[in-house]
Design a protein around this ligand. Sequence first.
Ligand code: SAM
Ligand code: DTB
Ligand code: SF4
Length: 334
Amino acid sequence: MMSTTAPNPSTQAKPAPGSWDRSAIEALYTRPLLDLVFEAQQVHRRFHDPGKLQLCTLSNIKSGRCPEDCAYCPQSARYDTGVDTWSLPEVSEIAAQAQAAKAAGSSRFCMGAAWREVRDGAEFDRVIDMVKAVKALDMEVCVTLGLLNQEQAQRLKAAGVKAYNHNIDTSPEYYERIISTRRFEDRLQTIAHVQAAGMEVCCGGILGMGETEADRIGFVEALTRIDPAPTSIPINALVPVTGTPLGEQAIVDPLDMVRTIAAVRITVPTANIRLSAGRTHMSDEAQTLCFMAGANSIFTGDKLLTTDNPGTNHDQQLMAKLGLEPLTPEPQAL
Ligand code: SAM
Ligand code: DTB
Ligand code: SF4
């Protein structure tokens, strides 16, 4: 099915990062949901092609045994979650995974490592080679490796990384309730290194961790302050994993996902918003509302990093029902 002509974001007025104050975001966030979604959809259509969904594929290049204590994460060594653990595979294995993802319609390949931080040495050298191998397939390359310094950011950029994923996860106030082994400011510092090296920032968070509405508003506010604005914002629904401190959390109300996505769409109109973890707990209708609210990307495949994802067949059926086509970036944009 044909989509409408793609809008040209460069001709659209976009809010400068930091131009939304707290009270304005609160007023937006608390609007009647249908008004909020209507405005978000209008903004979405000014900046993005509403007929396109970007398909991304994740690869867990180093699984488990992470020293951090992120309360949501099945890969922390501090919790008994039974996840499979492995260390870095060969570059050729990752290249084959990326090739298969591309054949299934994916245009972006994101490699994630359960590291607190990047350490210089043979493992980082191998990640650099993985980046080069995926880039050679003409896919957008994204990595998420934890905290990093300026020099490491520059090496990743030189190897061909388009975007570095580093989530703020929640509001600055709630952050210390979720993670004690690093500070919110540490995350902002890594984001600054990513930007100084010329990579794009992919930064988002998780809903459903017990945060209040004020925390969600604070999370959106913190996202709007990142300058330059992230080009990619993953919005995850917590997948409660048994053994983690958040393993017994109730599944977040999908309408809260819709509300937050709409607020992010209006305040950071240029970003691609990725409806990320937790889709297996969402109906097709709930996901459709998220797309109405401005989400325009998903992760495809049976697995995210360690948790389940709907799978390619299901997603292809949903896209066909909705008349959505995969977004194929221009070669110069990779
Ligand atoms: N270790 C690196 C880091 O922390 O930046 C990269 C990998 S980490 C798994 C990437 C992101 O996955 C986290 O920032 C978090 O937002 C998300 N995530 C992890 N576990 C999750 C869960 N159970 N439910 C939803 N999102 C989760
Ligand atoms: C992000 O915010 N979501 C993706 C990506 N960035 C790396 C990861 C979701 C992981 C969900 C939990 C898991 O599968 O282990
Ligand atoms: Fe480690 Fe990242 Fe999981 Fe935190 S989110 S425990 S840093 S893999």
